[in-house]
Design a protein around this ligand. Structure first.
Ligand code: ADP
Ligand code: MG
Length: 327
């Protein structure tokens, strides 16, 4: 399919129904009207086959995930998503890919009222770059550099499912058991978290004015908490017994086997955040209307670094903290 036919197909499936889109796909640039009293939060994430998704992933799942990982960054900033652009590099041997891809992308965009306002389409090895823009009231964005000693550390949802899903495809770390025989539904539940992550947008909005520091867990809990620790000039202790575990993961792996996935597996797209202890009641009140749980998993301390502690406060050795490109 020619480039312009492709773009037309994308445009036809992503209606920009927002009235702050003055001019969407079709010109040299989009014209967008920022909201009065708000700051813009901008974030970009690229997806590469075999790095960010297994080669055999369905096109619709790739489309969903490409937007989800970006919305997760906006959620971590406490921003309300508004607009997206899409840079697609496609090999010419993937007929039907664009339709499937846009199906997944558009389904998640519609859920969050995000308008696709532009992009770029070129030929080459499969590569997907998405940029998202969101609004946050002036001065209220959540950041990595505001944690304070004494803060409690929380995480949304559950940890380790996506990494276990990868494991069930034989693509995870070798020192974790292969997940070959699982009860019906369990593998599907884990793979769903890997392929169709839920960006915690409502949680991010609820955390404005409550959280001190916030990050989304994309590379592994310990690695991402490490970013908060470094940027805030503090240390973080994680209580190993407090990690939230889904029913599916509980069935799939025992505690010892799942721990490395929960601490360092990545692809969770949960929010990890700190807040002063006196705001914990307000946190639970705010999350009464947010469709995900929150669990306290640790505390902010003076000594730099991120440590994992057992119930007697003894340090637990962990083989790795997370995923790193170029490592
Ligand atoms: P130009 O050559 O001026 O950069 P293009 O021909 O690349 O413009 O794109 C034409 C229009 O289609 C632009 O509005 C651009 O934003 C949009 N567009 C191109 N590729 C995509 C895509 N993958 N997704 C969404 N919009 C796209
Ligand atoms: Mg141009």
């Amino acid at each position: 399919m020619a480039e312009f036919a492709l773009i037309e197909r994308i445009r036809a499936r992503c209606v920009d129904a927002r009235d702050d889109v003055r001019l969407g796909i079709g010109d040299d640039g989009a014209i967008l009207a920022p909201r009065a009293g708000c700051e813009l939060v901008v974030s970009t994430d690229t997806l590469v086959a075999s790095v960010h998704f297994p080669q055999e992933t369905a096109a619709a799942d790739i489309g969903w995930k490409a937007l989800a990982v970006n919305l997760s960054d906006l959620a971590a900033m406490g921003a309300e998503p508004a607009w997206a652009t899409l840079a697609l590099t496609l090999p010419d041997d993937v007929p039907g890919f664009v339709d499937g891809f846009i199906d997944g992308f558009a389904a998640l965009a519609a859920r969050h009222g995000v308008a696709l306002v532009g992009g770029d389409t070129t030929r080459g090895p499969l590569n997907i770059g998405v940029t998202v823009v969101g609004f946050v009231p002036e001065g209220q964005a959540l950041r990595r550099d505001r944690a304070q000693v004494g803060d409690a550390v929380f995480v949304t949802g559950t940890l380790g499912d996506a990494a276990a899903g990868l494991q069930s495809l034989g693509l995870g770390p070798r020192d974790v058991p292969r997940l070959l025989a699982l009860p019906p539904g369990t593998r599907e539940a884990l793979l769903d978290r890997l392929n169709r992550p839920t960006p915690r947008v409502a949680a991010g909005l609820a955390l404005r004015g409550l959280a001190r520091a916030c990050i989304d867990v994309s590379d592994g809990l310990l690695a991402d908490l490490g970013h908060i620790a470094v940027r805030s000039g503090v240390g973080i202790e994680v209580m190993v017994d407090a990690l939230p575990t889904s029913a599916a993961l509980g069935v799939a792996l025992d505690v010892a086997a799942r721990l490395p996935l929960q601490l360092a597996g990545g692809d969770d797209y949960e929010l990890a955040f700190t807040l002063p202890r006196e705001r914990i009641d307000a946190l639970h009140a705010a999350f009464a209307s947010v469709p995900c749980a929150v669990h306290e998993i640790g505390r902010v301390v003076v000594a730099p670094g991120v440590r994992v502690l057992d119930h007697e406060d003894h340090e637990v050795a962990v083989p790795r903290h997370g995923w790193e490109h170029f490592a």
